[in-house]
Design a protein around this ligand. Structure first.
Ligand code: FE2
Length: 289
């Protein structure tokens, strides 16, 4: 059976069907690698994976990252981060916090606080809540194309400081989590605001709103203003594909040319997701535009 690649209506996402299993057939691997290099987002359906085959599938695209935050790592498979905020026991019917939204994460690109940001994320659902828990994705090259010409001129050649600890990776300030020394010691890094994608040449607006701190050479005020305007433009609904999770989905995003966010879900529901992360292999500053 050959693979089917179908653009999803009204969005940049591409649905992939027909993968028979892992290990991948060599022809399927090549087709998927090509699709990955061209697209911001692949939505694979009906692929049954285990932790081991999830890792093996990701290896077909490159080396894997071990996430710097140990508490996120899966106990038996450190290449997997487990995203779970679910209660171990069901909440009581009358728990006043049952409908509070948990696991929300704002718009970001993964690991841009690293000198070489990860190249891709491979996310699959383990437990899906009966409602919500969606994830939204934006194609950041499509956003760049849509920018007004004057803005493209204005941001040409700019670079941006990114860091993790200013927002503790999104972990609430009162959470009882000690960051490891190597994380505390992480230095700020600088990435281009626009770069030419190393694999496909598309110009990308590279903003990771959770981790961007300041545009180099601007005052904090001017930087906040410009990054705020760019974020508002980029995260407009017209660019956003909202993924509603189904069992046996595997969503793959090119982390260099996309931004994503998690909507969160009601606390009374369980939601568990597993992500593997593909290591970046280029210094994006070499592709500054
Ligand atoms: Fe993320």
């Amino acid at each position: 059976m050959t693979l089917e690649f179908t653009p999803m209506a009204g969005s940049h996402a591409i649905e992939v069907k027909g993968i028979e299993g892992v290990p991948l057939a060599p022809a399927d691997t090549r087709q998927l690698q090509e699709a990955f290099e061209q697209s911001a987002l692949l939505v694979i359906r009906d692929l049954e994976l285990t932790n081991e085959s999830h890792i093996a599938f990701t290896r077909a695209f490159g080396d894997l990252v071990i996430h710097p935050l140990e508490f996120l790592r899966h106990r038996d498979n450190p290449e997997i981060i487990e995203l779970s905020t679910s209660p171990e026991e069901p909440l009581a019917e009358d728990d006043p916090t049952a409908d509070e939204i948990v696991a929300y994460s704002g718009w970001h690109t993964d690991l841009t606080f690293n000198p070489v940001p990860s190249l891709g994320g491979f996310l699959r659902p383990i437990e899906i809540p009966p409602e919500s828990g969606y994830t939204a994705y934006i194609d950041a090259a499509e956003v760049y194309q849509a920018l007004p010409e004057a803005t493209k001129q204005k941001i040409h050649g700019l670079t941006v400081v990114h860091s993790l600890l200013d927002n503790r990776a999104g972990v609430p300030k009162d959470a009882d989590i000690d960051f490891p020394d190597e994380v505390e010691a992480m230095e700020e890094v600088i990435h281009p605001l626009v770069f030419s994608h190393p694999y496909n040449g598309r110009p990308v607006l590279f903003i990771s709103p959770t981790f961007t701190r300041k545009i180099v050479g601007l005052s904090q005020e001017a930087s906040d203003q410009l990054l705020g305007e760019l974020k508002e433009f980029a995260t407009d609904e017209r660019f956003s594909y909202v993924h509603i999770w189904q069992p046996n989905d595997l969503v793959i995003w090119d982390n260099w040319q996309s931004i994503h966010k998690g909507y969160g879900h009601k606390k009374k529901y369980r939601r568990v997701m597993h992500r593997t992360t593909l290591e970046g292999n280029r210094n994006l500053m070499d592709y500054l535009m």
